[in-house]
Design a protein. Structure first.
Length: 264
């Protein structure tokens, strides 16, 4: 049981990596409106914080990354219009993560369901312990996972996403890796070290290079055609080659040395 006085979201920054921990293990780290607001505020702060080069999102305890929305807590005392607007907070959080300009990693243990599943998929990379279980159980509760459809179809074949939404079945970590919405699966005892190693490697990259490249990636992901995407990517290549770090990377390669990034 978590300390009642403890914050529902823990924020910690060490060596360029900011870890956001959903801290409601007694309810499987379910998302209340206040937690969603806190997450959005933390992501906004990370966006402008020069000490943050990578963001890791995880859940407290060993039983769940996040089991989805806190349905009872969200409905309490809210009117129809307020409920409608509040439900959009998760979608706004997805947009915040995609527009962060810095790499994001979901570290998943245990249950990762419904809105929590969408939250993990909205991160750039997902590292899961082999005890992780993913799914969209909404259909069995008379609901439908509307909001997380976008991160789902961005992370797996559309008909796989639809099958999961229609059936509500749980997906084990090894199948998630095969489908492709998880990047790496490790033993529970190794998940912290695996994420730390990955985050440290990303934090060592030029933030200027990563920001431009990552932003371009998300900008073209949903483009209607390859032609439209290339129209955006072509000028981005010219912009990118004007970076100081682009020149430094080429020089370091030619001189057979490690690059020294200035993040410009």
């Amino acid at each position: 049981m978590a300390d009642a006085a403890a914050p529902a979201l823990l924020v910690d920054t060490v060596d360029g990596v900011t870890t956001l921990t959903l801290n409601r293990p007694e309810v499987h780290n379910a998302l209340s409106w206040s937690v969603l607001s806190a997450l959005r505020a933390a992501v906004a702060a990370a966006r402008t914080d020069p000490a943050t080069r990578v963001v890791v999102l995880t859940g407290a305890g060993e039983k769940a990354f996040c089991a989805g929305a806190d349905l009872s807590g969200m409905a309490a005392g809210a009117g129809y219009a307020e409920l409608h607007d509040g439900r959009g907070e998760l979608a706004r959080l997805f947009a915040d993560l995609w527009g962060l300009g810095k790499p994001t990693i979901a570290k998943v243990r245990g249950w990762c369901l419904a809105g929590g599943f969408g939250l993990a998929l909205a991160c750039d990379l997902v590292v899961a312990a082999d005890d992780a279980r993913f799914g969209t159980p909404e259909v069995d509760r008379g609901l439908w996972p509307y909001m997380i459809t976008v991160p789902m179809v961005r992370s797996m074949p559309p008909k796989v996403a639809l099958e999961l939404q229609l059936t509500g079945r749980r997906v084990a970590a090894d199948e998630a890796l095969q489908i492709g919405f998880v990047n790496r699966v490790v033993a529970p005892s190794e998940v912290d070290a695996a994420v730390a190693e990955l985050a440290a490697g990303l934090a060592a990259k030029s933030t200027a290079v990563v920001r431009l490249g990552r932003d371009a990636f998300y900008a073209v992901w949903d483009q209607a055609s390859a032609t439209d995407a290339l129209k955006l990517l072509h000028p981005m290549l010219t912009v990118h080659t004007g970076l100081e770090d682009a020149a430094e990377g080429i020089a370091a390669f030619a001189e057979k040395r490690a690059p020294v990034w200035t993040d410009r």
